[in-house]
Design a protein around this ligand. Structure first.
Ligand SMILES: *Cc1c(COP(=O)(O)O)cnc(C)c1O
Length: 368
């Protein structure tokens, strides 16, 4: 493949960020969240690096994501956060030695109706205030009573999720943590049962939420869950760099228009670089004139509208720029940096969405 639009994925940065998780939650085991193709970074590559770095387990959203990892010879414990979507998932889950997070009565019934040969590891999800998935705390005693003695089930513990951990001082977090502690009191007195509550924001700012398993996603990729700070400020290193190249250069005279619609009009002589990356790669179309990008180790700006396969950068301050020169859209070049957090803020979203959007045609390239 020769199209130069690539996402460079740094294994060194991943290892560093895993060490940051460990430093924040030294007593906890780490279930690295690699759902949605590791937030767009490429799940098999990320999982392999984290496995080598000694991570304790992985979490994905669905069976298909888990099977992709098993097929790539990743034999770490894998937990399916949304549990089975149909009874037919269960034999596969057992056969591939996967664990599930069980969140409702329907899933519980599927599990009880069809005991699997190899016991399925089960975390029970309790709804402590997110009101998305999970059993109500009052249902727990009955649900746990079913699971403790169910054949083909190995009860692992209790899991919940915080709705406002990105604003750690919010009273709601204390409420959810209290609710989780009360729910945990319903667990049978079997030794070895485990609790899990914290994702990245909780790991970083709410030590009381750590328990036996933490579930970092975003911070492993070097991004920040907090609006006011980027990953670098939290001691993290960005894992992904989105880069491409200049595939055309042209000079606009004053009064000439650029690209689709009335996206940009040159008021002064303007040198424009055409870059092989667009919304068809997952770069947001809502970013346009003024958005930062790096060329020749300098920060310049996008011009006009982002098209499907291409976008424009201003080369007026870079008279030496040439065809084939590297353009960094997210990441670092020559000591300058464009962060995912900064781009997300510019287009009114969160860093999670920006990396998840990256399409399959953007080649993921492992780098140290
Ligand atoms: C996605 C997810 C996580 C990871 O959250 P981050 O904010 O990316 O760290 C943890 N737990 C559950 C249940 C999730 O869905």
């Amino acid at each position: 493949m020769s199209r130069p639009t690539q996402a460079l994925i740094s294994s060194g940065a991943l290892q560093h960020n895993l060490a940051v998780v460990r430093a924040h939650a030294p007593q906890s085991r780490i279930m690295a969240v690699v759902k949605a193709d590791a937030y767009g970074h490429g799940a098999p590559m990320v999982a392999r690096t984290l496995a080598q770095a000694g991570v304790d387990g992985l979490a994905v959203a669905c069976l298909e994501e888990a099977l992709t990892l098993r097929q790539q010879q990743i034999f770490l414990p894998i937990f399916i956060l949304d549990g089975p979507f149909a009874p037919a998932d269960l034999p596969e889950i057992s056969r591939w030695r996967l664990g599930v997070v069980l969140h409702n009565r329907r899933q519980l019934q599927w599990l009880l109706d069809a005991p699997q040969d190899f016991p399925v590891d089960v975390f029970v999800k309790v709804d402590t205030g997110m009101h998305r998935l999970g059993f109500a705390p009052l249902e727990l005693p009955a649900v746990l009573a079913h699971l403790v003695h169910a054949p083909g089930v190995r009860l692992r513990g209790l899991l919940s999720h915080l709705a406002r951990a990105d604003t750690p001082e919010d009273w709601y977090n204390a409420n959810q943590m209290d609710g989780f502690r009360e729910a945990a009191a319903h667990l049978p007195q079997t030794p070895g049962l485990e609790l899990s509550l914290a994702s990245s924001a909780g790991i970083l700012r709410l030590p009381q939420s750590h328990y036996q398993w933490v579930r970092p996603g975003l911070m492993l990729y070097g991004m920040s869950p907090f609006a006011a700070e980027d990953g670098l400020a939290l001691g993290l290193r960005p894992v992904l760099q989105l880069r491409s190249e200049l595939i055309a250069i042209r000079d606009l005279r004053p009064g000439e228009w650029l690209g689709y619609g009335a996206g940009f009009r040159a008021d002064v002589p303007t040198r424009v670089g055409v870059v092989a990356a667009g919304y068809g790669d997952g770069y947001p179309r809502s970013l346009g004139t003024g958005t930062p990008a790096l060329v020749g180790g300098r920060r310049t700006r996008l011009l006009g509208r982002v098209s499907m396969d291409m976008l424009f950068v201003d080369l007026t301050p870079l008279p030496g720029a040439q065809l084939g020169d590297e353009v960094v859209l997210m990441g670092e070049q020559g000591g300058e940096r464009v962060t995912v957090e900064e781009l997300a803020a510019l287009c009114g979203t969160i860093p999670y969405e920006l990396t998840c959007r990256l399409q399959g045609r953007v080649l993921r390239v492992p780098v140290p």
